[in-house]
Design a binder for this molecule. Structure first.
Ligand code: DGY
Length: 333
């Protein structure tokens, strides 16, 4: 059952952070908007207080919108997250409470695929180590065996999860003459035909790939998919890339694999717990490249994500079916 609009003409909306671009100006024209102005996510007490009143919520992947919070949100009709992944929202509880949930797929696909390739290339060619060597005065001479990396061109890339972002990564791989293997819930005949992607089982992908790149949502099935067994199967020369969600990987297992050089390296934009603590043992490893969840962080893409989050929310609050609704079934019931 969907919650119907109240009598108030301008609904009350809470936004958990300032957003890039001018999307929030547009929101202000149609809603009474309260914005959490801090750089860090609002604490739970603040969210509880805001949701006691709000009809709409724009949140980020850093906000944990759980069942307890939803129970204390009597007027809430729609949650719009400025993210494609919505594992930070209890969708079942939102649906049971008649609250529509929307997200921002599509707009960040190419930007995220660009960044995936940036990570892959950087890890393969040891860019961070090279940069540090220059700054720290360790570039003594051109040397035949200084910082030797792995070739990307002609190598085999294994993509786990061939959704939109996985496909965009596969398109880029073609430009590098890579052989692309993929493993996905469903086979993608168009990708096989047009991009030459080859469907293989998960184990075969791990056995064969020089680079393994993950593009899966975080679900109970994908949590810790990459554990000891997966890393042990991979080539000792392989590089693992994760721009999806940290918890798809068992970080303790990744640590063991990198330390024992069961794999050559990893480049990760996401962590099981974000931010990755400064003194996390993973950060002591020279064969790990870590970035702070910025794969979609281009000026244009983040502005488009904000626009889409506002459009989704306004359309939900107007009683329409938003374009990117996660639980549209509640509209029919
Ligand atoms: C998302 O949208 O889910 C990404 O992780 C951040 O852009």
């Amino acid at each position: 059952m969907i919650r119907l609009p109240g009598r108030r003409s301008r609904p009350r909306v809470y936004v958990t952070r300032q957003l890039p671009g001018d999307a929030l100006d547009r929101l202000r024209e149609q809603a009474q908007v309260d914005i959490w102005g801090d750089d860090l996510p609002p604490p739970r007490d603040e969210l509880l207080a805001a949701l006691a009143e709000a009809e709409g919520l724009i949140c980020l992947l850093t906000d944990n919108i759980d069942a307890g919070l939803l129970q204390e949100a009597p007027n809430l009709r729609a949650i719009s997250t400025m993210a494609v992944g919505y594992d930070h929202i209890d969708i079942e509880a939102a649906t049971a409470n008649g609250v529509l949930v929307t997200h921002t797929p599509g707009v960040l696909t190419e930007t995220t695929a660009d960044f995936t390739f940036a990570l892959l290339l950087s890890a393969a060619r040891r860019l961070p180590e090279g940069e540090r060597a220059v700054r720290e005065g360790r570039w003594s001479s051109w040397s035949p065996s200084f910082l030797l990396g792995r070739d990307v061109h002609g190598a085999t890339l294994g993509i786990v999860g061939l959704g939109e972002i996985g496909l965009a990564v596969a398109r880029r791989a073609r430009g590098f003459d890579m052989r692309v293997l993929y493993h996905s819930r469903t086979r993608k005949p168009a990708a096989e035909e047009e991009l030459g992607c080859v469907y293989v089982g998960f184990d075969e992908l791990l056995d064969e790939s020089d680079f393994v790149s993950v593009h899966l949502p975080l679900t109970p099935e994908t949590r810790h998919l990459f554990g000891d067994a997966a890393f042990e199967r991979m080539k000792t020369t392989a590089i693992f890339v994760n721009t999806a969600r940290g918890a798809v990987v068992d970080e303790a297992a990744l640590m063991r694999a990198l330390e024992s050089q069961a794999i050559a390296g990893a480049a990760v934009d996401v962590a099981e717990v974000e931010p990755l603590p400064r003194h996390d043992p993973l950060l002591r490893l020279p064969n790990l490249l870590a970035t702070p969840h910025i794969a979609s962080a281009s000026v244009a893409t983040r502005s488009r994500m904000a626009e889409m989050a506002v459009d989704n929310l306004l359309s939900a609050l107007a009683g329409e079916t938003p374009a990117h609704c996660v639980n549209p079934q509640i509209i029919d019931t």
